[in-house]
Design a protein around this ligand. Sequence first.
Ligand code: HEM
Length: 127
Amino acid sequence: MSKVVTHEEFKKHQSKSDFYVLIHDKVYDVSKFLDEHPGGDEVIMAEAGKDATEAFEDVGHSDEARALLAGMLVGTFDGGDTFVKKKKTIAPGSVKPSSSDSGSSITYLLPLAALGAYFAYRFYFQG
Ligand code: HEM
């Protein structure tokens, strides 16, 4: 089982009759399964050459579906530096720069400052 599939190798198997899919750092040969997939072959083929982990997990596949995967295992994926996998947790732009924090505190302080100014105005000019 310990076969290592490189990105180069992975890319060679992206036709309908010879299709590899990458899920959780493992490469699976789903060529024979494509026609049987309850979700259709298109959705799997849309993940050609990509990390299909997110697509696979988003559907919430059953344990049976996961068990099927085991039977189609080719090996472990090693994309080297040429392949950037999707990272679910750290999406670009999802981490706000710290400067935007001061932005939110200004929106919070401004009405307070306006209120303070209003009472100061009343105190000096109408008292
Ligand atoms: C390549 C490995 C995959 C296997 C072995 C697999 C297996 C299965 C199985 C057995 C089902 C029936 C429901 C269940 O048991 O969860 C299913 C449903 C489904 N799968 Fe996959 N799947 C794979 C990949 C994908 C991918 C990459 C997508 C991309 C979006 C996908 C989308 C769906 C959808 C949308 C359904 C629901 C179909 C329906 O209920 O009408 N699957 N899959």
